[in-house]
Ligand binder design. Structure first.
Ligand SMILES: [Cu+2]
Length: 410
């Protein structure tokens, strides 16, 4: 079996370290050969493989925080106070938790002491509850030093990349044992390093643009961990088409948007949130449910009752237009990465007002995305203004799944 180290060396030097005994390596040969032929400059011709194929190190912790789904306390999409339906999601009540919920989120630190948070740039504040967004190029390796600062076991499970069992971030009946198991559920207070390689098959395919998006999330108890807030993602750029920081050269702005109905009923912190925020916590019934909205309409979402008001129909953890404005300029090459994750509530139809996008060469202004799907959409905005960006499933929109973006005139 090839080790992580020699697999990486093999990818970067074009075959000298290839281990023919490994079935995984054998399966990858056609992809890598195709990639080396097509990509420029390939790792194979680099004088120093390490100068081309980078190991990108990140320090990420699962931290418990009080997350505010609507920090302004009003409906920013409509420019008004919350209506009766919005109040159900955003304001505490006898049997309502409201807009602030204790959660666990991934946060980036500057080094392995985990004492200093890496500040998020003002233009990245819209990322909200998402963990840090990594960037890499085909041939690179992500090394994620993960510290669990929370009170439950958590992990980091990536999509798309190549990993050994100890870096999968999920434990199940797979014949692995001992050290291979330790990344599946990292106990509170413990640290684990995940190594995720980026071979050709983790990069853009023939019909993709220069970069694509992959999710990562906790997969110790997948349902409860995701509902608790532990998800993020990373961008992989085609070899030869990345800037030194791993971002695609041909793009002016990238935006990552997760349309995610976060079901607080499934969170590890539900009881904490009932205790801390419900005005009459002692009489809360966790099964209280009603199909009627506060305005008397019968809908599957946007209705009343404890269960319903605890599902937060968010984009990046923001509801009712509270996401900081995503800003671009007319004529920019804008790349949108759109994804969702979570339970049965998570089938969404993100819709851009004002401008259109290309997805795999096809024109649209609405996507269809279901749990753990990841879509890349390119936009060259030609219409300046502030525009809605919302889920087009009507009751999701009513329940707050709305953001805005701004196209500035040049
Ligand atoms: Cu939706």
């Amino acid at each position: 079996m090839a080790t992580a180290a020699n697999k990486r060396a093999w990818l970067c030097d074009g075959g000298e370290m290839m281990d023919s005994r490994s079935p995984a390596v054998a399966l990858l040969v056609p992809y890598v050969v195709a990639g080396l032929l097509r990509a420029a400059p390939p790792c194979a011709v680099a004088a120093s493989p390490d100068s081309v194929c980078k190991t990108r190190v990140y320090y990420v912790a699962a931290d418990e925080v009080n997350w505010d789904y609507a920090p302004s306390g009003r409906d920013e999409a409509m420019g008004m106070d919350f209506d009766a339906i919005g109040k159900g999601y955003a304001e505490p009540g006898p049997h309502q938790i409201g807009r602030v919920n204790k959660k666990a989120v991934y946060r980036e630190y500057t080094d392995d002491t985990f004492t200093k948070l890496k500040p998020r740039l003002p233009e990245d504040q819209y990322l909200g509850i998402l963990g840090p967004i990594f960037h890499g190029e085909v041939g690179d390796t992500f090394k994620i030093v993960f510290r669990n600062n929370a009170t439950h076991p958590f992990s980091m499970h990536p999509h798309g990349v190549l990993y050994e069992k100890d870096s999968e971030g999920a434990g199940y009946n797979d014949n692995s044992s001992g050290k291979e198991k330790v990344g599946g559920c990292v106990p509170p207070g413990a640290t684990h390093t995940y190594t995720w390689q980026i071979p050709e098959r983790a990069g853009p395919g023939p019909g993709d643009p220069s970069s694509i998006f992959w999710l990562y999330h906790s997969h110790c108890d997948e349902l409860r961990d995701v509902a608790s807030g532990l998800f993020g993602g990373f961008v992989v750029t085609r070899r030869g088409e990345a800037k030194p920081d791993g971002r695609p050269k041909d793009v002016d702005h990238e935006f990552v948007t997760m349309y995610i109905a976060i079901n607080e009923n499934e969170s590890w912190y539900l009881d904490d949130n009932i205790r801390d925020h419900c005005i009459d916590a002692k009489t809360v019934s966790k099964t209280e449910f009603s199909l009627l909205t506060a305005t008397g309409i019968n809908t599957p979402a946007a209705n009343t009752g404890f269960i319903s008001t605890n599902t937060k129909w968010s984009i990046n953890g923001y509801i009712y237009g509270n996401m900081p404005m995503m800003t671009m300029r007319k004529g920019d090459h804008v790349r949108w990465y759109v994804a969702t994750l979570g339970d049965f509530n998570n089938a969404h139809t993100p819709h851009w007002h004002g401008n259109t996008v290309l997805v795999a060469g096809q024109r649209t202004d609405v996507l269809a995305v279901t749990s753990a799907q990841m879509i890349t959409a390119d936009m060259i905005p030609d219409a300046p203004g502030i525009w809605l960006y919302h889920c087009h499933i009507s009751d999701h929109m009513l329940a707050g799944m709305v953001a805005r973006y701004e196209v500035k005139d040049r």
